[in-house]
Design a protein around this ligand. Sequence first.
Ligand code: GLN
Length: 203
Amino acid sequence: MNVRVGVLAVQGAFLAHAEVLCDLGVEAVEVRQPNNLEGLDAIVLPGGESTTMSKLLVSTGLWHPLNGLLHGGLPVFGTCAGMILLGTSILDGRPDQSCFGVIDIAVRRNAYGRQIDSFEADIDTAVGQFHGVFIRAPRIEAFGAKVEVLGTHNNEPVIVRQGTALAAAFHPELSADVHLHQFFITHVAGLAPATIDTTAKGR
Ligand code: GLN
Protein backbone atom coordinates (compact mmCIF):
# COMPACT_ATOMS: atom_id res chain seq x y z
CA MET A 1 0.00 0.00 0.00
CA ASN A 2 1.38 3.41 -0.96
CA VAL A 3 1.07 5.49 2.18
CA ARG A 4 1.28 9.30 1.90
CA VAL A 5 1.96 11.22 5.08
CA GLY A 6 2.17 15.00 5.09
CA VAL A 7 4.71 16.86 7.20
CA LEU A 8 3.73 20.43 7.98
CA ALA A 9 6.68 22.38 6.54
CA VAL A 10 5.91 26.05 7.21
CA GLN A 11 8.50 26.24 10.01
CA GLY A 12 10.43 24.00 12.39
CA ALA A 13 11.99 20.55 12.42
CA PHE A 14 10.14 19.00 9.48
CA LEU A 15 13.07 17.52 7.52
CA ALA A 16 14.07 14.94 10.13
CA HIS A 17 10.43 13.74 10.34
CA ALA A 18 10.32 13.30 6.56
CA GLU A 19 13.52 11.21 6.72
CA VAL A 20 12.10 8.91 9.41
CA LEU A 21 8.90 8.45 7.40
CA CYS A 22 10.90 7.58 4.26
CA ASP A 23 12.85 4.99 6.28
CA LEU A 24 9.50 3.44 7.19
CA GLY A 25 8.50 3.06 3.54
CA VAL A 26 6.12 6.01 3.64
CA GLU A 27 5.89 8.77 1.04
CA ALA A 28 6.51 12.02 2.95
CA VAL A 29 4.83 15.11 1.48
CA GLU A 30 5.94 18.57 2.62
CA VAL A 31 2.83 20.62 3.36
CA ARG A 32 3.28 24.33 2.67
CA GLN A 33 -0.02 25.27 1.01
CA PRO A 34 -3.59 23.94 0.96
CA ASN A 35 -3.26 21.79 -2.20
CA ASN A 36 -0.49 19.79 -0.48
CA LEU A 37 -3.21 18.39 1.83
CA GLU A 38 -4.85 16.47 -1.02
CA GLY A 39 -4.74 12.69 -0.77
CA LEU A 40 -2.92 12.48 2.55
CA ASP A 41 -3.40 9.39 4.73
CA ALA A 42 -2.03 11.15 7.82
CA ILE A 43 -0.03 14.23 8.81
CA VAL A 44 2.81 15.15 11.18
CA LEU A 45 2.98 18.54 12.91
CA PRO A 46 6.65 18.99 13.88
CA GLY A 47 8.43 20.86 16.66
CA GLY A 48 9.49 24.43 16.16
CA GLU A 49 7.79 27.57 17.39
CA SER A 50 4.05 27.18 17.90
CA THR A 51 3.35 30.94 17.82
CA THR A 52 5.05 31.30 14.42
CA MET A 53 3.45 28.11 13.10
CA SER A 54 0.03 29.29 14.20
CA LYS A 55 0.47 32.58 12.28
CA LEU A 56 1.90 30.87 9.19
CA LEU A 57 -0.92 28.33 9.17
CA VAL A 58 -3.36 31.22 8.89
CA SER A 59 -1.41 33.29 6.32
CA THR A 60 -0.82 30.28 4.02
CA GLY A 61 -4.54 29.42 4.09
CA LEU A 62 -3.78 26.04 5.67
CA TRP A 63 -5.58 26.58 8.97
CA HIS A 64 -9.19 26.05 7.85
CA PRO A 65 -8.72 23.05 5.56
CA LEU A 66 -6.34 21.37 8.01
CA ASN A 67 -8.70 22.03 10.92
CA GLY A 68 -11.50 20.41 8.91
CA LEU A 69 -9.38 17.37 8.08
CA LEU A 70 -8.20 16.91 11.67
CA HIS A 71 -11.72 17.14 13.06
CA GLY A 72 -12.82 14.79 10.29
CA GLY A 73 -10.41 12.16 11.63
CA LEU A 74 -7.22 12.58 9.57
CA PRO A 75 -4.60 10.81 11.73
CA VAL A 76 -2.09 13.29 13.15
CA PHE A 77 1.15 13.09 15.11
CA GLY A 78 2.15 16.36 16.80
CA THR A 79 5.55 16.71 18.42
CA CYS A 80 6.57 19.50 20.81
CA ALA A 81 5.21 22.67 19.16
CA GLY A 82 3.01 20.30 17.14
CA MET A 83 1.57 18.98 20.40
CA ILE A 84 0.77 22.55 21.48
CA LEU A 85 -1.14 23.02 18.21
CA LEU A 86 -3.20 19.86 18.80
CA GLY A 87 -4.33 20.71 22.35
CA THR A 88 -7.50 22.39 23.57
CA SER A 89 -5.84 25.14 25.59
CA ILE A 90 -2.45 26.85 25.65
CA LEU A 91 -0.98 28.22 28.86
CA ASP A 92 1.68 30.95 28.53
CA GLY A 93 0.77 31.33 24.87
CA ARG A 94 0.56 34.52 22.84
CA PRO A 95 -2.92 36.07 22.59
CA ASP A 96 -2.98 35.63 18.81
CA GLN A 97 -1.99 31.96 18.81
CA SER A 98 -4.58 29.25 18.23
CA CYS A 99 -4.81 25.49 18.61
CA PHE A 100 -6.84 22.84 16.79
CA GLY A 101 -8.35 21.22 19.90
CA VAL A 102 -8.24 17.59 18.76
CA ILE A 103 -6.61 16.30 21.96
CA ASP A 104 -8.21 17.40 25.23
CA ILE A 105 -5.04 18.67 26.92
CA ALA A 106 -4.00 21.96 28.51
CA VAL A 107 -0.37 22.57 27.53
CA ARG A 108 2.04 25.05 29.10
CA ARG A 109 4.64 26.39 26.67
CA ASN A 110 8.32 26.34 27.65
CA ALA A 111 7.38 24.77 30.98
CA TYR A 112 10.77 23.12 31.48
CA GLY A 113 12.66 26.38 31.05
CA ARG A 114 14.66 28.00 28.29
CA GLN A 115 16.73 26.51 25.44
CA ILE A 116 19.64 26.02 27.87
CA ASP A 117 17.42 23.84 30.08
CA SER A 118 16.74 21.40 27.25
CA PHE A 119 17.39 17.79 28.23
CA GLU A 120 17.31 14.17 27.10
CA ALA A 121 15.63 11.38 29.04
CA ASP A 122 14.58 7.75 28.72
CA ILE A 123 10.82 7.51 28.72
CA ASP A 124 8.66 4.51 29.49
CA THR A 125 6.13 4.25 26.69
CA ALA A 126 3.44 1.92 25.42
CA VAL A 127 5.97 0.76 22.78
CA GLY A 128 8.92 0.22 25.11
CA GLN A 129 11.58 2.59 26.33
CA PHE A 130 12.23 5.60 24.12
CA HIS A 131 15.00 8.19 24.31
CA GLY A 132 13.34 11.59 24.26
CA VAL A 133 14.99 14.87 23.27
CA PHE A 134 13.19 17.74 25.04
CA ILE A 135 13.86 21.21 23.58
CA ARG A 136 12.02 24.08 25.29
CA ALA A 137 9.40 21.43 25.77
CA PRO A 138 5.75 22.00 26.63
CA ARG A 139 4.19 20.32 29.67
CA ILE A 140 0.75 18.72 29.74
CA GLU A 141 -0.85 20.23 32.85
CA ALA A 142 -4.32 18.72 32.51
CA PHE A 143 -6.03 16.16 30.32
CA GLY A 144 -9.58 14.99 29.75
CA ALA A 145 -11.18 11.57 30.16
CA LYS A 146 -10.81 10.66 26.47
CA VAL A 147 -7.04 11.11 26.56
CA GLU A 148 -4.85 8.00 26.88
CA VAL A 149 -1.43 8.53 28.44
CA LEU A 150 1.06 6.38 26.50
CA GLY A 151 4.32 7.67 27.91
CA THR A 152 5.52 9.37 31.09
CA HIS A 153 8.61 11.10 32.39
CA ASN A 154 8.86 11.71 36.16
CA ASN A 155 5.22 10.59 36.39
CA GLU A 156 4.08 13.34 34.02
CA PRO A 157 2.41 12.54 30.70
CA VAL A 158 4.71 13.15 27.71
CA ILE A 159 2.99 10.99 25.06
CA VAL A 160 -0.78 11.13 24.73
CA ARG A 161 -3.39 9.88 22.33
CA GLN A 162 -7.01 10.73 21.66
CA GLY A 163 -8.49 8.61 18.88
CA THR A 164 -6.44 9.14 15.72
CA ALA A 165 -4.39 11.98 17.22
CA LEU A 166 -1.04 11.27 18.90
CA ALA A 167 1.22 13.83 20.55
CA ALA A 168 4.66 13.85 22.16
CA ALA A 169 6.16 16.65 24.26
CA PHE A 170 9.64 15.91 22.86
CA HIS A 171 11.34 15.43 19.47
CA PRO A 172 11.14 11.70 18.54
CA GLU A 173 12.56 12.45 15.07
CA LEU A 174 15.91 13.39 16.67
CA SER A 175 16.44 9.97 18.28
CA ALA A 176 17.91 7.15 16.22
CA ASP A 177 14.76 5.16 16.91
CA VAL A 178 11.77 4.94 14.58
CA HIS A 179 9.43 3.09 16.93
CA LEU A 180 7.14 5.97 17.81
CA HIS A 181 6.66 6.92 14.15
CA GLN A 182 6.06 3.27 13.37
CA PHE A 183 3.48 3.07 16.18
CA PHE A 184 1.77 6.15 14.76
CA ILE A 185 1.62 4.79 11.21
CA THR A 186 0.48 1.28 12.02
CA HIS A 187 -1.50 1.55 15.27
CA VAL A 188 -2.85 5.09 15.45
CA ALA A 189 -3.39 5.69 11.73
CA GLY A 190 -3.99 2.01 10.86
CA LEU A 191 -1.81 2.23 7.73
CA ALA A 192 0.41 -0.46 6.26
CA PRO A 193 3.29 0.79 4.11
CA ALA A 194 4.42 -1.71 1.46
CA THR A 195 7.98 -1.95 2.78
CA ILE A 196 9.27 -1.09 6.19
CA ASP A 197 13.06 -0.76 6.29
CA THR A 198 14.08 0.13 9.83
CA THR A 199 17.75 -0.63 9.04
CA ALA A 200 18.02 2.17 6.48
CA LYS A 201 20.60 4.86 7.25
CA GLY A 202 21.74 2.97 10.31
CA ARG A 203 18.56 3.55 12.23
N1 GLN B 1 8.66 26.34 22.91
C1 GLN B 1 8.17 26.03 21.61
C2 GLN B 1 6.77 26.60 21.40
O1 GLN B 1 6.20 27.13 22.26
C3 GLN B 1 8.15 24.55 21.34
C4 GLN B 1 9.57 24.01 21.30
C5 GLN B 1 9.78 22.91 20.33
O2 GLN B 1 8.94 22.59 19.49
N2 GLN B 1 10.96 22.35 20.38
O3 GLN B 1 6.24 26.49 20.34
